[in-house]
Write a protein of this length. Structure first.
Lengths: 289, 256, 352
């Protein structure tokens, strides 16, 4: 029972982790808390429904196409909406993403309606036995994909030229610019990456909670909380926080009753912010925000 | 001669770097005391320790003989200590008058009464305004009362900051490089003002300054520190003649 | 030398010149927030509304709704505009005000006015508690923390049996001082609340307390050097802000005599309120007035196209932030302000 709770907690936690990574990437490079991160994923999920049902694509082609569309969406948002206000204070940047949130929300509701839709991919409900703990196929699949994406991002940040340039921009945009790093391109890339992650998150989440304009709201908030665990800066802290939230809320839900499940994240963030406002992982150097 | 402000064996470290090591000084009531030393000697750090802006690892600060180690910066203001900053901290988008009136915050009393405009609070508010206007006149800022301070010339901003500090009815005033970046005229003007503040209002002054000529002219007593430690102290004549002080300053000039 | 002598040397007896100047400057200071006049014009317009023969019941409740939104947004204004803090969680305080008043009315049949005061106090209490937790945070962290708070309240409302979840609590019609009031009466009650809140905020920002808040907003070091206790003033601002939004919440429960998780568990309520402030303008009292009208009237005009109004909201928000970051009210009031400044400069010049 306990092992099972922890395992499925890790599975939900991995979705929070992906969202948190996207939030951190964008915040590190642009000082923007992206409120529309969840909506990128939501749009992705709706597109997934269309590609599968109307276009009759198979799952992998759909996934590829959805991720591509979300990356494009990220790029468009950066170029059209965020770039003109890029030099403003963080509140302006934040409220601008609220605008994006409204628009994406409205577009989704307008085109596809407010009703929830079932995602036409169902995983076999028969649980699989892993070391005595039972876990559903869907959860296992989600964890696997999350791990793969995590590995891909790690590779990107440590091995590729763009990834290393992106870290340079995070540390010191001015110097990076003087060193000839195309800062604007890197910022664009940041948003594309946010879209990339969102695409996966959308498709992974859709089979669990149905597809609707509000589907991502809860995951987004948990993702934020997880990002705060890493001081909005550290990936490691964010991932740890996300898994911690996933497990803790699952345990609270299992042992204390479902009322407590959704409250867990808030209790955790209050505790964290009250005692360690700099995040779980100590950060030596924090930019003022 | 009673003592106004004193610190004992102050030690401050940043990471592993020792900024102040075993620094002590004492400021007598009613005097102008100078704190000098080469760049990086720890003057501003010590200054921030005295005003409680900077936490310290070891040592004690006494205000009018009472230890104030557990007091916060804003408490010190209520006890009669006012300060200025090396690189001017003002409310840049507010008017000169508002800046000086904000300095009079300690006279405001209970914020709850103030925000409901109770009669008592309004009386205090008028008092703060009248005082701010007087200070502005003394500092020759009357013509600029309604200008945004961010747009004023540098020397004038220095005076506004002095006004902000004076508005809290201080008994001791700590000035961090009051004439840094000022031209000769502005320096002369500020020097006169500082002397006036001390003589006519009876306010004790402690100042950190680079401008030797000004320090020697205006101060009653001088402390010299170097590498975070006390180097020398005495009246201006004594300090001027001290060979160690001369060496310390010459050493710095070599670097630059 | 003692403090006393200091005061004496430096004491009262201002010269005639100073006294004359004091008169001019108090006049000036009174006009710094001249948007009070704009608000007054707005009030007059609203006051005429119920008397017009063509006005029907639904228009009145729409009017009440606008007033409620303005009050909620004024609560946020105290934080965003004058303290430099941000809250994405004021929907939580709205819910606290609403449920406090609704439960009191449902179980004890209290007077509407009692409900409003109770809602205000309860929200203020929660605001103070939240402040103590969150006040060490800055900017982005505080935004996320407050968003988490709104989410927390939403979950509570949805799950705790006392609040009856999505079924909601149905309330009897409103009673003020023993007399049952209809839509007209309710409109006037909301109106009085709005006027009181507006006057209070005007007093607040033109008092020493407001000066201290703005000092903290503009330059924290200088504020500390002026003896301003950051924690104390921020807690105060947070409490006041929450309490004001609590009033709006209580009114919101009674405008339709119904509260349910359907409405209050929606955390984007909070975002809407913040948006009203940002679009309307966060530097002037009149800002939330415009923002409130905008946020309420837009979905009303586009009732058939609720989602389309979302899109318009988004576009307007982005455009305002890009082209008039200080908000629409500031844009409208700027010419008046400039004219007045010119006038006063001449007046000041002739006296000094």
């Amino acid at each position: 029972m306990l092992g099972q709770q922890i395992l499925s907690g890790l599975a939900t936690g991995s979705l929070y982790a992906l969202t948190a990574i996207a939030v951190v990437v964008v915040f590190r490079n642009t000082r923007t808390i992206n409120l529309a991160q969840g909506d990128f994923a939501m749009i992705g999920a709706f597109l997934g429904v269309i590609f599968l049902k109307q276009w009759g694509l198979n799952y992998y082609a759909m996934l590829l196409l959805v991720v591509a569309c979300c990356m494009l969406l990220g790029a468009v948002v950066e170029r059209v909406v965020m770039r003109p206000v890029a030099d403003s204070d963080w509140l302006t940047l934040f409220t601008t993403t609220i605008g994006v949130y409204y628009i994406l929300h409205g577009v989704a509701g307008w085109i596809w309606g407010r009703d929830t839709k079932a995602f036409p991919v169902a995983f076999d409900a028969t649980p699989i036995d892993i070391f005595g703990a039972l876990i559903s196929e869907g959860h296992l699949y989600n964890m696997g994909v999350a791990l793969l994406i995590g590995a891909a991002l790690w590779w990107f940040f440590t091995k590729t030229k763009q990834g290393i340039a992106m870290r340079a921009v995070t540390d010191d945009p001015e110097t990076a610019y003087l060193m000839g790093i195309p800062v604007r391109f890197i910022v664009l890339l940041t948003w594309v990456m946010a879209g990339f992650i969102a695409g996966f998150v959308g498709i992974l989440t859709a089979p669990i909670i149905y597809v609707s304009p509000e589907m991502m709201d809860e995951i987004l908030i948990k993702g934020y909380v997880a990002a705060v665990f890493g001081g909005l800066y550290s990936f490691r802290g964010a991932i740890m926080g996300a898994l911690l939230i996933g497990v803790a809320e699952n345990l609270a839900g299992g042992y204390l009753g479902s009322h407590f499940k959704t409250v867990t994240a808030f209790v955790m963030i209050v505790g964290l912010l009250a005692f360690r406002p700099q995040g779980l992982v100590g950060i030596q150097r924090r930019r003022t925000i | 001669m009673t003592e106004h402000l004193r610190c004992e064996s102050i030690r401050v470290t940043f990471g592993g770097v020792v900024a102040c090591d075993n620094l002590s000084l004492s400021v007598p009531k009613g005097k102008i005391v100078g704190l000098i030393g080469p760049n990086g000697a720890g003057k501003t750090t010590l200054f921030n320790v005295l005003t409680k802006f900077q936490p310290y690892d070891r040592g004690h600060v006494y205000y009018e003989g009472v230890p104030v180690d557990d007091r916060r910066a804003h408490h010190m203001v209520h006890m009669g200590m006012a300060r200025t900053f090396q690189n001017i901290h003002l409310f840049k988008h507010q008017t000169t008058l508002r800046n000086i009136m904000t300095g009079g915050h300690v006279l405001m009393g209970d914020p709850l009464r103030a925000m409901f405009w109770l009669p008592e609070a309004r009386r205090r508010e008028r008092e703060i305004e009248a005082r701010a206007l007087e200070i502005a006149e003394i500092l020759r800022l009357t013509a600029e009362l309604d200008s945004e301070v961010g747009a004023l010339p540098y020397g004038m901003q220095k005076r506004v900051e002095l006004g902000r500090a004076l508005a809290s009815k201080p008994t001791i005033l700590l000035l961090d490089e009051p004439v840094a970046g000022c031209n000769d005229d502005e320096t002369g003007e500020l020097q006169t003002l500082i002397a006036e503040v001390n003589k006519e209002m009876g306010i004790t002054v402690l100042l950190v300054e680079h401008d030797m000529k000004m320090v020697m002219q205006v101060c009653d007593y001088i402390y010299v520190i170097n590498f975070g430690a006390n180097l020398a102290e005495g009246t201006p004549d004594v300090v001027r003649a001290n060979p160690e002080v001369i060496a310390a300053y010459l050493g710095v000039e070599d670097d630059e | 030398m003692t403090d006393q002598t200091t005061t004496d040397t430096f004491g009262a007896r201002p010269t005639d010149g100073i006294r004359r100047h004091a008169a001019v400057t108090s006049l000036k200071r009174r006009f710094v927030r001249n948007d009070l006049i704009a608000s007054a014009i707005f009030f007059t317009a609203l006051l005429v509304l119920p008397v017009l023969p063509a006005v029907k019941g639904w228009m009145l409740s729409q009017g009440s709704l606008i007033i409620i939104y303005i009050i909620a947004a004024l609560g946020v204004l105290v934080l965003v505009g004058f303290t430099g803090l941000v809250s994405v969680g004021h929907g939580g305080f709205l819910a606290i005000g609403a449920y406090t008043s609704a439960l009191l009315t449902a179980h004890f049949q209290v007077d509407l006015l009692v409900g409003i005061v109770a809602g205000m106090l309860m929200a203020g209490l929660f605001g103070a508690m939240l402040a103590l937790v969150f006040l060490r945070l800055s900017g982005a962290f505080m935004a996320i923390g407050t968003l988490g708070f709104a989410f927390f309240i939403g979950t509570m409302v949805n799950n705790v049996p006392l609040f009856q979840g999505r079924d909601g609590i149905l309330l009897d019609s409103n009673v003020v001082l023993g007399i049952e009031i209809g839509d007209h009466g309710f409109f006037y009650v909301s109106m009085v609340c709005l006027i009181l809140v507006t006057l209070f905020i005007f007093c607040l920002i033109n008092s020493g307390t407001g000066r201290a808040l703005m000092a903290l907003r503009d330059a924290e070091e200088a504020a500390r050097a002026s003896g301003i206790d950051r924690m104390k003033y921020r807690t105060l601002a947070f409490t006041v802000s929450a309490a004001i939004t609590g009033i709006a919440g209580a009114l919101n429960a009674h405008v339709v005599n119904y509260v349910s998780a359907e409405v209050y568990a929606d955390i984007w309520y909070s975002v809407d309120i913040l948006m009203a402030v940002v679009v309307g303008g966060s530097t002037v009292i009149f800002g939330p007035f415009l923002g409130g009208v905008f946020v309420v009237m837009l979905p009303f005009f586009l009732e058939q196209l609720a989602d389309f109004s979302f899109i318009i909201k988004g576009v307007v928000l982005i455009l305002v932030l890009r082209f008039a970051p200080a908000g629409i009210a500031e844009l409208l009031l700027r010419p008046i302000k400039n004219a007045r400044r010119r006038m006063l400069r001449q007046a000041g010049g002739s006296t000094v």
